[in-house]
Design a protein around this ligand. Sequence first.
Ligand SMILES: [Zn+2]
Length: 453
Amino acid sequence: MNIQFLGATDTVTGSKYLVRHGDASVLVDCGLFQGYKPLRLRNWSSLPFAAADIDAVILTHAHIDHSGYLPLLARQGFAGKVFCTPGTADLCRVLLPDAGHLQEEEAEYANRHGFSKHAPALPLYTREDAMRCLKLLHPIPAGKHWQPAPGLTASLTHSGHMVGSSFVQLEDGSRSILFSGDIGRPNDLLLRPPSQMDGADYLVVESTYGDRLHKDSDPMLALGQVINRTAARGGVVVIPAFAVGRAQSLLHCVEVLKTQGVIERTLPVYLNSPMAAKATQVYLKHKAELRLTSAECEAMAHTAHIVESPEESRLLNAKHGPMVIIAASGMATGGRVVHHIKAFAPDKRNTILFAGFQAGGTRGALIVGGEPMVRIHGQEVPMRAEVAMLDDLSAHSDAAEIMGWLRGFKSAPKQTFITHGEPAAADAMRQRIERELHWPCHLPYYLESAALS
Ligand SMILES: [Zn+2]
């Protein structure tokens, strides 16, 4: 076997690993690059292989940085199967068309307001492209072994990062390789903990939080404090949140805080994301992966007012606090939340509350970094609102939690490839694995190939 790293090197986005065995080739994850412009430009550059030559794609999970390149791969001629868990397939049906729609919207907005350097600005792909690629989805239940391509056996195992998320193991009869995808947390609010794996000859492990530990505080408590302190100022809490996973965790927290009387039961909470509403239904459908009771699942799904139309979304900007608005995207790179930040960030009574990792180069990272002015839709917007961070709600294991998962392996990998981290995080993870486990590690570079002999 041979592996080529086509993304998630020196960055947390663009996950794409090409595994070749004889004439067979399988792409593990098919993610979009996000964040810094030079990274995003990679989405437009041609692949180092013919899309039509790939036998199959296997997805670890549905997040766009792991699945969002599928519409482009299909448009370039890929017609094979996209294997993933039933939960991942359901979430891709929600996420991918929306990603195409967002790309179209952004391009259209840029053209309408004339602030694109390109005339006309084009979407990377359209909703139509995304709808077409959904036909390739081929759900496989976790735990089953199957052949994605001649000579290769694969299996998926629950990884606790979001509904459907899984570790991917590939074997060629003599060698095995394990892809961690994104590793969930042992004590996630919603999801059951990641399964312990026995190990593999080769390991590709994520390192998003490779240089950090999540705070040992209670995220629910922290959320309650931010909401109460903002409400006391009469302000609005704007929470940019991934529509899938983070939004549901936040809804669960809000519901529990209201039930416990920590925040006012009457405080208006808006979920301004039709996609998050759909994703919540997928979460309900796959409740077996969650640690909530059926009643808790129902309560989580009904705690917020769901904003459907763009018109209603715009009207929210004219409303006054106290209120809470949860909207996508999670890194404020696009989606309805950008309009809310533009409307509410200039007022110091309000709070912009980030609920997860902000990749370098995103608007979220700029705001968290304390930029006094942030460019939104071609306009400089003053950031006077309080900026807060709920790091603890992360759906990723931190360095210690990853180490705990690795320590459970029954045998040491011959080689561990550390990916899916900013350079400092990936290197910290490397040092820690080498020092504490004495496993040989390597930080692959973009487009690097390695033999798995
Ligand atoms: Zn993810």
